[in-house]
Design a protein around this ligand. Structure first.
Ligand SMILES: CC(C)(COP(=O)(O)OP(=O)(O)OC[C@H]1O[C@@H](n2cnc3c(N)ncnc32)[C@H](O)[C@@H]1OP(=O)(O)O)[C@@H](O)C(=O)NCCC(=O)NCCS
Length: 179
């Protein structure tokens, strides 16, 4: 059933991985997991670095102000380890969504992002009218490209020199999952 917006839910992704809305009380864990250069280096510059307590307060207030929130916290065994979310496109791109996700580095390499993205993608496609989900990966980020492939996205294009991150120009790999 295609509704216009994502319903606020908790999603069980297996192996103790759970997605749920951000909530007051998550600020400390959020700042601790997010405040790593290797996380920031793979995300848009709107993701703060350093990531301090005020950034966490602002994010959780913002996420909580949108109902239902398109931004969810990733938990493993009840502990906050990262985040996942999507933004709807504007204007004629309104039925395209852009997904994004990140984990604190101590949680990398355990299949957590793949589990989260599989569950989140299925939920967005089931609960909204979006027909296309995209993710733009910086060319050096092989782990994220692999996560997207494992979650059923395909490489649609390589946008050459589209990104300038951390003072370095690189390509953007556009991964797509169609409904
Ligand atoms: C990208 C990120 C989310 C991956 O999370 P994760 O939980 O470690 O991912 P998973 O364990 O589910 O899968 C990682 C896959 O990448 C592979 N991988 C890791 N590093 C790699 C590398 N340098 N080259 C090739 N493959 C690599 C792993 O082997 C694994 O694939 P496999 O299961 O086939 O062996 C995490 O590294 C992260 O948060 N990075 C910073 C933020 C970010 O990049 N966000 C995405 C922006 S597009």
């Amino acid at each position: 059933m295609a509704a216009a917006t994502l319903v606020a839910v908790e999603l069980l992704a297996g192996e103790g991985v759970r997605l749920r809305p951000w909530a007051p009380g998550d600020e400390g864990a959020l700042a601790r997991e997010a405040n790593h250069r290797e996380v920031w280096r793979n995300l848009k510059d709107r993701f703060p670095h350093p990531y301090g307590p005020v950034d966490a307060v602002v994010w959780i207030a913002m996420a909580g102000a949108i109902e239902p929130s398109p931004h969810l916290c990733i938990e493993v065994d009840g502990a906050v380890v990262g985040g996942i979310g999507w933004d709807r496109g504007q204007d004629v791109f309104a039925r395209t969504g852009e997904v994004g996700y990140w984990l604190g580095p101590s949680h990398w390499g355990k299949g957590v992002a793949t589990r989260a993205l599989v569950a989140f993608t299925a939920h967005v496609l089931e609960s909204t009218d979006v027909v296309r989900l995209e993710a733009g990966v910086f060319a050096w980020n092989a782990a994220s490209a692999r996560v997207l492939e494992k979650a059923g996205y395909h490489l649609e294009s390589r946008q050459r020199s589209a990104v300038c991150k951390d003072g370095q120009v690189t390509d953007r790999l556009l991964y797509v999952r169609l409904r």
